[in-house]
Design a protein around this ligand. Structure first.
Ligand SMILES: Cc1ncc(COP(=O)(O)O)c(C=O)c1O
Length: 438
């Protein structure tokens, strides 16, 4: 058996399969060595099996509840009960400036400056707000670029913006597809599409991590490709925030949006996130939808009829924030801050590599792993495409207590999350996958 200590501190793209061992005691050994294992106790892990503990591998869909959320929520309810309207300024976390509580931890999580991020609305709402600002068709420059197979909500949003400007979505929304028969869209293909579109490209909305395949993209490289033809570049980070060690400021992208109910464990329909690059936050002349919470707080209560945007990402806020809905995000970000994204990512690389090592041979001709094999091109999700009886095999997994999900056509997604999953759970999931393939 190899020594786990040689794996965890050096977990990088070069972690070799040879480091791993298929015996159950090796999985337990990894858990003993794992300095992040303690964070599991900060969540309530749903047990969806009555007989034995289930393995919750769907944090990429809906993360578990951070325990502290309940206590924090009670504090807000107590303050509301006690203080009523006075809570805006006298609650223990005054509601007037409440959203500022999550600003710095959110910025650390996505590699941004605090004034570049804001927690507000939902992902799709934020995408609409961003497109209002960053999609400005003019002359030949009218095209919006997205990947083929993007999450439908994103495509709906893009098409509706094109239609709202009186243009034909079938012409002006361009979907870049992987080559015939391939599942993965290579960065070169996006670069080539940007070059082909040239000065007709107005804006691109690209994935951080593809939701179906788990493929991670190089944000800085894609941003360069989009900028090289004079267009604006934004990202959908629904599957990247809290999963990848993002460096949004350094990527130089113009904007990004993400939801908080997946890897950010903030509850169904949680308050989402939005990144606006500093250069745009400072530009108070940009076109945008306006609301009083985007006004400079210094003059907000002067009740003027002229909007004065604050010079940061906060300027895209519309309404006063939903305090009760924001509470789980604060609870979750506190755990991320303690664990830190770089360390979580290192553990994640090992965990996903371990899962791949354990299942690769068992899959044989029954299934293929769609997710890229290179650690730098994936997060903590492996997508298995079953060649036949996919539904049945998925049912076998769930009956074995492996909580995973199914996406047409025949894709099972397994997501070991480094914040709360264990190496022994990876081993159990791999054993179930092996049985499902017999
Ligand atoms: C990649 C991706 N984009 C967009 C969305 C839509 O998110 P929302 O319903 O929070 O707007 C989802 C939801 O799962 C998603 O996975």
């Amino acid at each position: 058996m190899s020594t786990p200590s040689t794996i965890l501190p050096t977990a990088m793209d070069h972690v070799q399969v040879a480091h791993f061992d298929a015996h159950e005691d090796f999985a337990r050994h990894l858990d003993t060595m794992d300095t992040l294992a303690k964070f599991r106790t900060r969540f309530t892990i749903p047990n969806l099996q009555s007989a034995s503990a289930s393995v919750y591998f769907v944090g990429n869909s809906l993360g578990p509840m951070p325990l502290e959320a309940r206590a924090l929520l009670n504090e807000e309810l107590d303050d509301w009960a006690k203080l009523g309207v006075e809570g805006h300024f006298h609650a223990r976390r005054p509601w007037y400036s409440w959203h500022e509580q999550v600003r710095e931890p959110l910025a650390r999580l996505v590699g941004a400056q605090p004034h570049e991020v804001v927690a507000m609305n939902s992902l799709t709402t934020n995408l609409h707000l961003m497109l209002t600002t960053f999609y400005q068709p003019e002359g030949r420059r009218t095209k919006l670029l997205i990947e083929k197979g993007a999450f439908p909500s994103d495509i709906f949003a893009l098409r509706s913006h094109v239609a709202a400007r009186g243009l034909d979505p079938d012409v002006h929304v361009v979907e870049v597809a992987p080559r015939e028969g391939a599942w993965l869209l290579e960065e070169e293909e996006i670069e080539a599409e940007c070059a082909r579109l040239g000065d007709t490209l107005a804006c691109a909305v690209l994935p951080g991590v593809q939701y179906r395949t788990g493929q991670a993209f190089d944000l800085a490289r894609l941003t360069r490709a989009v900028h090289s033809v004079g267009a604006r570049c934004g990202f959908d980070l629904a599957h990247a925030a809290g999963n990848m060690d993002l460096q949004l400021t350094a990527s130089n992208c113009d904007f990004a949006v993400w939801c908080s109910y997946k890897y950010l464990n903030s509850g169904a329909g949680a308050v989402a996130g939005c990144f606006v690059a500093e250069r745009h936050g400072r530009d108070t002349t940009l076109p945008r939808h306006a609301g009083w919470w985007g006004n400079d707080p210094k003059t907000r209560f002067q009740m003027s009829d002229r909007f004065v945007p604050v010079s940061s990402a906060d300027a895209w806020q519309l309404s006063n924030p939903p305090i009760l809905a924001l509470v789980p995000l604060l609870a979750s970000l506190r755990v991320f801050d303690e664990a830190t994204m770089p360390l979580l990512r290192r553990k994640s690389i090992v965990m996903t590599g371990y899962l791949e090592f354990l299942i690769r041979d068992a899959l044989g001709a029954n299934a293929q792993i769609l997710t890229p094999a290179s650690a730098s091109r994936r997060g903590c999700q492996l997508s298995l495409l079953f060649k036949g009886n996919a539904r049945e095999r998925y049912n076998t997994l769930t009956q074995a207590g492996i909580v995973c999900d199914y996406r047409e056509p025949g894709i099972v997604r397994l997501a070991p999350a480094p914040l709360f999953n264990t190496f022994h759970e990876v081993w159990r999931a791999a054993a179930a996958v092996t049985s499902a393939c017999i």
